[in-house]
Design a protein around this ligand. Structure first.
Ligand code: PEP
Ligand code: MG
Length: 607
């Protein structure tokens, strides 16, 4: 492959250089050819070899899992079982032998045959297992394509020093995960192998796979046009998670330049991390609390090390995805208690289950929704499935006894919905009391402001809760009507759109009028261009990916609140997103010329 530059959306800062490893490709690009009779045996061998390779990959992923990842082990085991399933394999081989289909085609046809069979089974759980079969088959297809292209498996060799840079990288087998699309559950599994970066053809600025990459601290670019066509398995690539670029088969000069840039980025990270533990206080004495967004208790140590003063958002759904069954109350309780205890006496805010849209767990797949982002998501799902909701509320309440926990409900659209959720919470409290179980009394309850509806009724909502947390990822999606996972409208995901600025300001004002604090926990709070404006609004706290904390604290400490107030006034007077963007860009580049080159910003997503 010749040197090529691809463009996408930078979602997690950093530079990575390594070899391409495809997890899946666009589903409708499978090669259909008739195999000559004399090559049938070879084609069958090719399929068998690909299945073995995928088995090996899953076994490797299993080895890299943490000790307490029994659910992920379960999922990988089920994937390995699918690999060896005689029906899938046998059917594919039969099609190669009898119908002379090439292996990729035969496999795809066998999957469709199985899907038809599964669709007749009455148990929705069994019926939905076909999704797992598809995931495994996609992976086998990638390996088959790689073999067809005459590519060899990336060798896992020791470092060899006296060769040129590109050879050395290939031989170190640094792997960059590429995919047409990657669900957060898949990313969670494969991030644990030796993956140094991600890139996907699909995805938007705040899709959850990108958020996961940021929390894992690895560079990522999503929404990359041409990724599947222009990159071959094993190609040497550079992922530029700051500019949102991918260099395929770079020249030695590119490698040299990027190695230098990588070194500069790492040196910058190291420099700002020395001050990560210091408070985020401006030169003129304004303080803002900086909290961490986490998914799992294992991230606690990193979040503290990065300077997190607590946790402002636990995305609890990550304990429900990438597994085959729902977690039990005790399992959730232990996980939440570990997190609460790790941060005690600092606060940990648990966001109740927000499944749906791009975060799908096994039971949830049963739903066939035409428009999941507007469907039975988050609090709506919990109010429909009160057993699942109650189990989680009980676990959070019990975990609170180990420190200082709060909880908040996502995607609240009205007072009635909030009252329904609180009524179930109250019942859970009564149950725990009756069962004489230990739990945190007087736990603070908040709502996430993520819908235009909740903005308009902010003052009424504020009277019924202890705090607000503004989820700008969804607030932007629903206010501007731009799907956060869709790269074709990524340029419309504009945190500095006047409608967003005014909405956030109104919510903060209403909360303060009613005497409750406001946190901003969407990606906007980790964007250096947006932070001065949020400070100007007197937001009480922000909650961001642990890796983003040192940089944002650095910006806050070197700002002046007076200037932030001035900027906010100018921004509020502007009527176009372009004028706001140029205003903040100008100010930030002027004030932080050395820093801004190391940040990926939502403002840089071009149409
Ligand atoms: C948000 O919507 O801004 C948010 C923080 O929640 P999530 O990204 O998990 O939807
Ligand atoms: Mg949200």
């Amino acid at each position: 492959m010749a040197r090529t530059v691809l463009h996408g959306i930078a979602v997690s800062s950093g530079i990575a250089i390594g070899c391409a490893f495809f997890f899946n490709r666009k589903p409708d690009t499978i090669r259909h050819t008739l195999v000559p009779v004399e090559s049938i045996a070879y084609e069958v061998d090719r399929l068998e070899e690909a299945i073995q390779k995928v088995m090996h990959d899953f076994a490797l992923a299993k080895q890299h899992l943490m000790e307490d990842s029994s659910e992920q082990v379960e999922l990988l085991d089920s994937h390995m079982l699918i690999c060896t399933d005689p029906k899938l394999r046998g059917e594919a081989i039969r099609r190669i032998q009898e119908q002379r289909m090439n292996a990729e085609w035969a496999l795809a046809e066998s999957v469709e045959g199985l899907a038809k069979m599964f669709s007749k089974i009455s148990s929705p759980y069994i019926r939905e297992r076909i999704q797992d079969v598809r995931v495994v088959a996609q992976r086998i297809t990638c390996v088959l394509e790689e073999m067809a292209a005459g590519l060899k498996e990336i060798p896992e060799l020791e470092k060899i020093h006296d060769v040129d840079a590109s050879k050395q990288i290939r031989q170190e087998a640094r792997r960059i995960l590429l995919a047409y699309d990657l669900t957060p559950a898949e990313a969670l599994l494969f991030s644990l192998q030796r993956i140094t970066a991600f890139a996907t053809e699909q995805g938007g600025r705040t899709s959850h796979t990108g958020i996961l990459a940021r929390n894992l601290g690895i560079p990522a670019v999503v929404g990359v046009n041409g990724l599947g066509n222009d990159v071959l398995e094993g190609d040497l690539i550079i992922i530029d998670g700051i500019a949102g670029k991918i260099l395929v088969e770079p020249s030695e000069a590119d490698l040299e330049a990027y190695a230098l840039r990588q070194g500069q980025f790492e040196a910058y990270q190291k420099k700002i991390s020395t001050m990560a533990g210091a408070l985020a206080e401006t030169q003129d004495g304004y303080r803002i609390t900086v909290l961490a967004n986490v998914e799992k208790s294992q991230e606690a140590a990193v979040a503290i090390e990065c300077g997190g003063e607590g946790v402002g958002l636990v995305r609890t759904e990550f304990s429900y995805i990438a597994r085959t069954s729902l977690p039990k109350e005790d399992e959730l309780y232990e996980e939440y208690a570990r997190l609460t205890a790790a941060f005690a006496p600092r606060q940990v805010i648990f966001r109740t289950l927000d499944v749906g849209a791009d975060k799908i767990f096994q039971e949830r797949r049963v739903l066939d929704e035409p428009n999941p982002a507007l469907g039975l998501r988050a609090i709506r799902y919990c109010l429909r499935h009160q057993d699942i909701f109650r189990r989680q509320l009980r676990a959070i309440l019990r975990a609170g006894a180990h420190g200082n926990a709060s909880l908040m409900f996502p995607l609240i659209s009205g007072i009635t919905e909030l009252r329904q959720a609180k009524a179930i919470l109250y019942e859970a409290i009564q149950e725990l009391e009756a069962e004489k179980l230990n739990f945190q009394t007087g736990m603070r309850v908040g709502v996430m402001i993520e819908l235009p509806a909740s903005v308009f009724i902010a003052q009424d909502l504020a009277k019924e809760v202890d705090f607000f947390s503004i989820g700008t990822n969804d607030l932007i999606q629903y206010t501007l009507g731009a799907d956060r996972n869709n790269k074709h409208v990524a340029h419309l995901h504009q945190p500095l759109h006047p409608a967003i600025i005014r909405a956030v300001k109104y919510v903060v004002d209403m909360a303060h009028k009613e005497g409750i604090p406001v946190c901003v926990c969407g990606e906007m709070a980790a964007d250096p261009y947006c932070i001065p404006m949020l400070m100007g609004m007197s937001v009480d706290s922000i909650s961001i990916a642990p890796q983003s904390i040192p940089g944002i604290k650095h910006i806050i400490r070197n700002s002046s609140i007076e200037q932030c107030h001035e900027l906010l006034q100018q921004v509020l007077a502007a009527s176009t997103v372009q004028s706001v963007n140029s205003l903040v860009r100008h100010i930030m580049y002027d004030k932080f010329p050395q820093d801004m080159i190391f940040f990926a910003s939502q403002l840089d997503t071009e149409g």
